[in-house]
Design a protein around this ligand. Structure first.
Ligand code: ADP
Ligand code: MG
Length: 688
């Protein structure tokens, strides 16, 4: 088989480690990386030297600790390897101390009260489970060392620390449950494959849209005659300019050891998707952050702009980040139905534990998908609803029903379903049995959490999913511990109870249908419609206790996430409101006024000249324009008032903004096309 020569070239990979480090040091470092062991501090100095030599050979002059603060993005601060040695002489050096930890003046990162500004230091600490890599730019390269980011007292100021803690929680719980199935201790891997959706538009357009520049989405723009009605973009043949972009992205990603696998056109015009092969969750999260960065940068190089906002264009599909998640033990996927009774029993136990977790903690899962951008997606009659439910597929639903009933399976074979004795009926693994309207769907050997937004750091969602699953696995173990007698019959009874209790979260119907919210309400499933309500579960006492119990987020860390989410939401909504106002008054109104006065002059002139025709048409248009102009004035005043209200009232700002948009979008069709002051949807979405 051919190898891809440049794959992983820019990563301090196993191959590079073995080349640049002595064998005992290399062995220790690789064991640390693969088995998530603590790093032996005595090798830090040697690792640092080897890593630096490699990086310098790769053209790097600087290094940075690379981390994921609570802004939702990534952060870096570069230091050169330079060490002066005498008069105008210097060497390149790097110490173990610089590798392992760093201090960053981080007073401007959001902390949600975790670190008062007078104590402005944040600390970065190497996360050896994610390999160091090289970032290139035109004039050189930088060695990037993935790190966590904490306050002096150890509070997590990033998304990675809690994720790593949640991995530990799942590992511990999984080992506990696997022991009950007499399985030898093995490595638990939580796997993630994050499908990334995005839009690409020509940079020329982008630069002429202040709303896109400032908020990532268009606050105005009339729907074009043709958008996605014909479904002709999805999986359509990829245009040459886009293909050039995609191949360049893949080339860069492969060099970074990121297994980009699938590329295609998405549903909306100018929308695309990139899916990598799944990896261990921590690495997959880091890789997703890099994917977003590479998408943005590559677009820029090619005169395009990559929009990762969840809803850049009103009226066409938004962009999500579908998080495919699974659990493996000793390399065996626990969510893959087995072909013997023991494996089936394990599979069904994990499945039931996950159902329980999602049912009990849907509120926390929903919280992690909250945000000003994603609010336009979730629940807006387009992928997926804000109500968290699980789709299992017909066959599995039937299996669960037969366990619940404790009697015969209603499947074709009509066998009795006894755990640990019977095999599962064959379950289809192809993609036909799909429900694209479900936020949390079982897809044959993994769950696909489809609610996270395209721009979000999926570490948050994954951290919550891990924690609630760990709690649920533990609850299953606790219950089994409390039961006496035969293991298989205990398990059977337990799963029966679990399904009975938590089946309300299972839903195979159409998640977009207007009946579903009412049905969900009858089932008592939470339905948080916007960010301000969706972040409230972070304040819930039971939730705080749960996350503290698993050592994933302390009470103050939860509070800080709450504050940051609220603050971020408020700022974004305000910026949107302000830019809408500025554009309406500064760009649109002058053009409309101008058009109106030209018309008035023309009408005056035509009447004076006694022209018989044309005056009616001109008058009709001027009436419409005049009404639009008045309307624009009123709507702008209202938005301005909403923005200047004391305190933050998001409903008022959003409502007046939507109202203003209606007026502006109507005017778009009334004004001379060549004078409209910004690119239209039909240009941005179709000409590239
Ligand atoms: P589909 O196209 O039907 O959604 P794919 O097999 O292409 O299914 O998977 C989509 C994403 O799910 C990919 O990123 C893939 O690597 C990932 N994936 C597949 N198996 C697993 C697994 N066991 N754990 C996590 N992610 C997985
Ligand atoms: Mg998919």
């Amino acid at each position: 088989m051919e190898t891809i020569k440049h794959y992983g070239e820019d990563v301090f990979s196993e191959k590079a480690i073995r080349k640049y480090l002595k064998k005992p040091v290399a062995d220790k470092l690789i064991a640390t990386m693969k088995e998530y062991k603590a790093l032996d501090p005595s090798i830090a100095e040697d690792v640092a030297q080897g890593m630096k030599n490699w990086a310098v050979d790769m053209g790097a002059t600087h290094f940075t600790h690379w981390f994921q603060p609570l802004t939702g993005g990534t952060a870096e601060k570069h230091d050169s390897f330079l060490e002066p040695t005498g008069i105008a002489s210097a060497v390149l050096d790097f110490s173990g101390k610089n590798l392992i930890g760093g201090e960053a003046d981080a007073s401007s990162f959001p902390t949600g009260g975790l670190r008062s500004t007078f104590e402005a230091r944040g600390y970065t600490a190497w996360d050896p489970t994610s390999p160091a890599f090289i970032k290139r730019h035109e004039n050189g390269a930088t060695l990037c060392i993935p790190t966590v980011f904490c306050s002096y007292k150890g509070a997590a100021l990033d998304t990675k620390t809690p994720l790593l803690r949640s991995i530990q929680a799942v590992t511990k719980a999984t080992e506990r449950l696997m022991k009950k199935f007499d399985q030898k201790k093995a490595h638990t891997s939580i796997t993630l494959g994050a499908e990334q959706e995005y839009f690409l538009i020509d940079r020329e357009y982008y630069l002429r849209r202040p709303d896109l520049l400032q908020t990532g989405r268009t606050v105005f723009g009339a729907a074009p005659a043709k958008h996605q009605q014909l479904d002709d973009h999805y999986y359509g043949s990829i245009r040459p300019r886009i293909l050039k972009f995609m191949t360049e992205v893949e080339h860069r990603l492969w060099k970074l050891g990121i297994p980009a696998k699938t590329r295609h056109n998405e549903v909306a015009p100018a929308q695309f998707e990139l899916a990598p092969m799944f990896e261990e969750i921590n690495l997959a999260v880091d890789h997703n952050m890099l994917i977003m960065e590479v998408l943005r940068q590559t677009a820029e190089n090619l005169g395009l702009v990559c929009l990762l906002h969840e809803k850049p264009f009103d009226g066409v599909n938004g962009s999500g980040k579908h998080c495919n998640w699974s659990l493996a033990y000793g390399g065996k996927n626990l969510l893959s139905p087995g072909d013997n009774p023991r494996d089936n029993a394990m599979f069904l136990t994990f499945l039931s534990a996950i159902i329980r977790a999602v049912d009990l903690h849907a509120d926390m899962l929903r919280t992690t998908t909250a945000g000003a951008g994603n609010d336009h997606r979730l629940g807006a009659n387009e992928a997926p609803p804000a109500i968290i439910s699980i789709f299992l597929g017909d066959e599995l639903t039937e299996v669960m029903a037969s366990i619940e009933a404790g009697t015969k399976s209603r499947s074709r074979s009509k066998r009795k379903m006894r755990l640990g004795v019977d095999s599962l009926p064959p379950l289809p693994r192809d993609t036909t049995d799909r429900n694209r309207t479900s936020p949390f769907a079982f897809t044959g050997n993994k769950f696909e959490f489809r609610a996270p937004g395209a721009s979000q750091n999926c570490a948050q969602s994954m951290m919550v999913l891990n924690t609630i699953v760990a709690e649920s696995i533990d609850a299953v173990c606790d219950k089994l511990d409390a039961m006496k007698g035969d293991f298989n019959s205990n398990l059977q009874a337990l799963l029966q109870r679990l399904i009975r209790k938590h089946k309300r979260v299972l839903f195979s119907g159409d998640g977009y249908s207007s009946d579903w919210p009412a049905e969900a309400a009858r089932r008592n499933l939470p339905n948080f419609k916007d960010t301000p309500s969706a972040v409230l579960p972070l304040k819930d006492k039971a939730n705080r206790e749960l996350f503290a119990k698993y050592g994933v987020l302390s009470e103050t860390e939860m509070e800080s996430r709450y504050e940051i989410a609220c603050e971020d939401y408020e700022r974004r909504i305000r910026i949107e409101g302000e830019i809408a106002l500025e554009m309406a008054r500064g760009m649109i109104r002058p053009v409309v006024a101008d058009e109106f006065s030209r018309l008035a002059t023309a009408i005056g002139q035509a009447t004076k000249d006694g022209l018989k025709m044309g005056v009616t048409g001109l008058k009709a248009l001027s009436l419409k324009l005049g009404a639009g102009l008045d309307d624009l004035h009123v709507k702008c005043e209202r938005l301005e008032k909403a923005l200047s209200q004391k305190g933050f009232r998001h409903e008022g700002i959003l409502r007046t903004m939507t109202d203003l948009r209606k007026t502006v979008d109507k005017l778009e069709h009334l004004v001379d096309d060549s004078r409209w002051p910004m690119p239209k949807y039909r240009e941005m979405l179709f000409i590239y």
